[in-house]
Ligand binder design. Sequence first.
Ligand SMILES: [Mg+2]
Length: 179
Amino acid sequence: MKNLIPTAHAKNIFEINIEFFKAFNIKTVMADLDNTLDSYLNKTPSKETFNLVKRLKDNNISIIIVSNNSEKRVSMYAKILNVNYISRAFKPFPNKINKYIKKNGLKKDEIIFIGDQLLTDIKVANKAKIKSIYVDEITTKNAFITILNKKIESYYKNRLKKHNKFINWEVVYGNLKKS
Ligand SMILES: [Mg+2]
C-alpha cells in the first residue's frame, strides 16, 4: 500500500495554487488526462484547462500529459493545448516516464505527477520516485476501468483515507513553509 500514498490530495487539479508548485521548485507537471484534466467524454480541452496550462506556462512550469489512453485521443487533445504528451503510457509501469525524463534532461525532484487513480497515477509516480497529487475524479462515470478495478480503487481509497494518508495540498504547503 506504501506506493499508493500521494504527496498531497486536492479536490481537483485546478484549485492547486501556483505558489505550491513554486515552493517545491516544480518545473514540470505531469498530468493524467481522463477525469483529471477533463472528463473522458470531452474530446477537446475545457476553458478551465486552457487557463491552467497558461497559468503554469506563465510561471515557467511545463505540463505534459501522461495517459494510458490511445495515441489518437491523447495527441488530439494535447495538440490543441500545445503541450507534450505520452500516450499509451502503461501506467503504473514507469518505463515510459523514466525514458521521457532522461531524454529531456529533467530532474526528478522538480516533477510532480497529478492524477485521479491511485493504482495507476500515484503508483507510477512513486515507482518513478517523483512527487504526486491525488485528485478526485471529474466524473464518476469511467469507460476505461472495469467494475472490478473500480472496486479495488475504492477499497484502497477508503483504507488510505482511514489512515489519514491523504493530506490536503494546502496543509502540505503550510508545513513546507514552516520548516
Ligand atoms: Mg484518469
